[in-house]
Design a protein around this ligand. Structure first.
Ligand code: SAM
Length: 230
């Protein structure tokens, strides 16, 4: 079982994506657990603020250190363990999330995810409270909730028992370093477009050969940067 401890200002955003499909089933079967900590519940002071102006001026607000630190303390109390190895801040400045990282994280018992908002978080969170920063791509979205959902989904797919067949994850794009080969379903011809003949041949060795060739071609055409590691 893997538990994701999610620190967020918007826990309700996670409801729908994790109540259906592969992830919904994994949750129902107890393979994947989500635990929410609303950062606002840990805000101190009369105004219960979670954000403040950046020192030195600049646009927008930053999430404050203290509510995040207290929420992390609550995770440690709840689990009764030190979870410091797996405290991840979702950030566009982080290491790019890859299939290799998701596979690695999938063997964890507890992963803590901190979702930023506003212009980001006080940098002391990054310096002292987290073990890594992860980005879902070289662009900026408005908050860490969607990136956290992407990470949870991608990691959970690598956890044994989450997918119907463990084999389907190992055939996915990126799991072997290549993009997946093209696939087709019935009917064999539609609008004059036919399925490649080899797939109807029943010759499994030829089909495997064709699929490998197609995976290589697709990777070379679309993502040649992947080839040296593949
Ligand atoms: N000012 C920040 C910067 O330029 O690095 C961006 C802040 S962004 C509007 C607010 C929050 O969204 C971030 O703190 C982070 O948690 C999340 N976020 C935005 N883009 C992301 C990405 N590509 N990957 C992971 N998290 C992201």
């Amino acid at each position: 079982m893997i538990t994701f401890h999610i620190l967020t200002l918007f826990p309700e955003m996670f409801t729908s994506p994790f109540s259906q499909g592969v992830l919904g089933r994994a949750k129902d079967r107890g393979i994947v657990k989500l635990s929410f900590y609303n950062i606002r519940d840990y805000a101190q002071g009369r105004h219960k603020s979670v954000d403040d102006y950046p020192y030195g001026g600049g646009n927008g607000m930053l999430m404050m250190y203290e509510p995040i630190s207290l929420a992390l303390g609550a995770v440690e109390s709840a689990t009764g363990t030190g979870v410091a190895d797996h405290v991840i801040l979702l950030s566009p400045q982080g290491k790019l999330l890859t299939q290799a990282i998701t596979q690695n994280l999938a063997s964890s018992e507890h992963i803590v995810l901190i979702s930023g908002r506003y212009e980001g978080v006080d940098n002391r969170v990054t310096e002292h409270l987290v073990s890594s920063e992860i980005s879902i791509g070289d662009y900026v979205v408005s908050g860490g909730e969607l990136p956290a959902m992407v990470l949870i989904d991608a990691v959970s797919r690598c956890v044994s028992g989450v997918l119907g067949s463990d084999k389907s994850a190992s055939n996915d794009s990126h799991s072997q370093g290549l993009l997946e080969y093209p696939q087709y379903t019935r009917p064999s011809t539609i609008d004059g477009h036919s399925v490649p003949e080899v797939l109807l041949s029943g010759n499994h060795a030829e089909i495997e050969q064709w699929r490998l060739g197609q995976a290589l071609k697709r990777t070379r055409d679309v993502r040649p940067d992947l080839l040296p590691d593949a």
